[in-house]
Unconditional design. Sequence first.
Lengths: 115, 114
Amino acid sequence: QQQVKQSPQSLIVQKGGISIINCAYENTAFDYFPWYQQFPGKGPALLIAIRPDVSEKKEGRFTISFNKSAKQFSLHIMDSQPGDSATYFCAARRDSGGSNYKLTFGKGTLLTVNP
Amino acid sequence: NAGVMQNPRHLVRRRGQEARLRCSPMKGHSHVYWYRQLPEEGLKFMVYLQKENIIDESGMPKERFSAEFPKEGPSILRIQQVVRGDSAAYFCASSPPRGGHEQYFGPGTRLTVT
């Protein structure tokens, strides 16, 4: 059972364009939704995260949009740059309950930004 | 402040051998998570440990895999009698006490079973 579904699997964008990656989750107990960026040969690094009490969070060129009723969230990368080329993972976690903070990941999106 | 350290970075084992993967969390972090990343797959949770305690091992295969996080020293993920299907990247992440914080990932150990 895949609890977090991510699409598309790969994405090619021109420099300066907008990259959009979507995720959907099933477990309504999830209450923390991070996005990770991973470069080849490296570990994932936290990019931006959101909790369901807000519908949008923006940090620089990166924005998360969150739709609680649809159980969906998305990452928007504005003015995409070649240096943004990486694999992006959405994830979800249940923080309430306070005993286990394991992350459930989507399968990832390989983003290529052409110069 | 050093980040999460994992060693070795690359490990080659023949079928039937044992693989030992080490993870040193960030200073002050007492929570360690191990995740496995298969080719073209996302990371999948394996085990969550606190010092001297296994909190959740629901993602660990029932046989051949074990993990520990002793009072002193790194966390160890041990895979006995490795098979080709164990070939993957293994990442550990650490977080501070009291949970609910960002998990910081190490660079991973890439295990190849020949």
